[in-house]
Ligand binder design. Sequence first.
Ligand code: SF4
Ligand code: SF4
Length: 349
Amino acid sequence: MIIQKDKLFALLEKLKSGGKRIIAPTKRENILLFSEIGSTDEIIQDYINTRLSLKGFFLPRSEPILEFRIHQKNVEYTTVLEENIKPTVVFGVRPCDAGSLPIMDKVYTWDYIDEYWVKRRESTIIIAVSCLDCDEACFCTSLGLDPGSTKGSDILLTPVGNDTFLVEIASDKGKKLVEDNAELFAEGDADKDSILAPVRQKLGKKFDLSSIQPWLQENFFHKFWEQNTLYCIGCGVCTFVCPTCHCFDIVDEGTVSGGKRMKLWDACQFRTFTIHASGHNPRARQDERHRQRIEHKFNYYPKKFGDTLCVGCGRCVRYCPVDLSILRILTMISQLSQTGSQTSRAEEK
Ligand code: SF4
Ligand code: SF4
């Protein structure tokens, strides 16, 4: 099946006039970001990827989760979940970012069901677009993903030339969307593999993923961490731009008579993330905090859920202010594992 660009934009306009919020890549103050559009004219189509992922539409940077009023010993509260859920279509999602969503679903549903995440996921349709280009920071193919992967999408579109997209239906939501708007789609086919061959070749394979977890399990105390990550300045940018970093804090803001309970992004790279009330910090040094980020993504999460907590979108590589590239760290670990380099606790630091 195929769809022409004018029909695709007509579909987005139709969904918008039917009451859905349409999110797409746009330029805001010259920065490429996912944001709500007023018209399809605002959509940017020629891009590698947005500065921020679409995580914030499911897990906002900060949001009230309840409001409370205190009357002497009584506390009244109201939750504010429903008014924050809006039927949404996100268009132009790259396959790496779409692939981050099922990874995050596991985090938010494995024991406690996070209704905020789940309800937003249920009310959102993901229309992804395959990548025909990449930059030096991209590494999805080293993690078993692909610039034409359908993981996490409801519909995947692949540009095939002449303002035409090949359409792949990837979920029941995607199927319903196509069935409900069948007049906009047409019969057609294209050779997706040959269209994606150049970008796949450019991406290549940058490290051996199978070597990472075994090395991490054996080398928690390796001097590698101090030598290569102590210069991290703990700004947290890597975690905030990341589609799979998901830690949040909950704080009460208000007065003695009432206020709001807020849910806010937090980051393992901050010194205060693990500090105890006693003043003791189990991750006192920045290299220990950085090691945590790598261990979580490539050891702890895979051990629990059988996948990596990274999709190779490259954002943390592009935006780290001190050029502490996760891609370089993973490549070094992969090389170290081949040389069999290990350091026992006795040899540490
Ligand atoms: S760790 Fe970096 S490359 Fe991996 S998903 Fe997060 S931002 Fe993207
Ligand atoms: S790795 Fe870079 S982006 Fe991440 S906290 Fe350290 S300095 Fe900031």
